[in-house]
Design a protein around this ligand. Structure first.
Ligand code: DX5
Ligand code: ZN
Length: 234
């Protein structure tokens, strides 16, 4: 039995938001129809950039009701998991290369009451997911090298999405359980239909949302464009 496909979800990455007005920014994306807040955590160790931590997660939590999708680009991983869970994270994903014990970290995230996911860099093989499928709620494929917003979509992610989709569909057929397939990096109105067609159901978009030319009237127009283009691709 194959469970129904998961709905299309748009997850604006606040990496490209105005940090001086972050509460307002997350309220605006929720009002515009965002499904998740994508929260990029960088540690200047696993990736060459430094961003935001649990204190900022806690600060934005009361401003939105949609789930906060924490993408950990940090090494090591485990110590931050309970801190983000306490700060109101709903989904926590991490890069398997950054954890000594991937299965244990996934279990830790779920023990803390969050959904758990693995993140695959452009060169990280999908085999990393095979033995931990039962502990995964999300698979996140990077379509840029992690560390910065505003980079160009790496085309090889399309084929990789198709291969990931095949794996996740086979798992759903076996178990009836759907794992979300998220894409992160260089997602725009122009390419989102193709990305959806390749199998993604959850779409991170940073610069496309917060850099939209008509963003000052709220983010409704860009959110609608992204969602309808993605839907057209499925
Ligand atoms: C990159 C981050 C992304 C980034 C996406 O390391 O994980 O979430 O903010 O930004 P855009 O959509 O601008 O590529
Ligand atoms: Zn991200």
């Amino acid at each position: 039995m194959t469970a129904d496909a998961l709905p299309i979800r748009i997850a604006p990455s606040i990496l490209s938001a105005d940090f001086a007005r972050l509460g307002e920014e997350v309220r605006a994306i929720q009002a515009a129809g965002a499904d998740l807040v994508h929260f990029d955590v960088m540690d200047n160790h696993y990736v060459p950039n430094l961003t935001i931590g649990p204190l900022v997660c806690q600060a934005i939590r009361p401003h939105v009701t949609i789930p906060i999708d924490v993408h950990l680009m940090v090494e090591p991983v485990d110590a931050l998991v309970p801190m983000f869970a306490k700060a109101g994270a709903n989904i926590i994903t991490f890069h398997p290369e950054a954890s000594r014990h991937v299965d244990r970290t996934l279990a830790l995230i779920r023990d803390q009451g969050c959904q758990a996911g693995l993140v695959f860099n452009p060169a990280t093989p999908l085999e990393w997911m095979d033995d931990v499928m039962d502990k995964l709620d999300m698979v996140l494929l990077m379509s840029v090298n992690p560390g910065f917003g505003g980079q160009s979509f790496i085309e090889s992610a399309i084929d990789k999405l198709k291969r990931a989709r095949t794996r996740l569909d086979a798992y759903a057929a076996r178990t009836g359980r759907r794992i979300a397939l998220e894409i992160d990096g260089g997602v725009k109105v122009e390419n989102i239909a193709r990305i959806a067609q390749a199998g993604a159901d959850t779409f991170v978009a940073g610069s496309a949302v917060f850099g939209a030319p008509d963003a000052d009237g709220g983010y409704r127009t860009i959110m609608n464009k992204l969602k309808s283009a993605a839907q057209a691709g499925t």
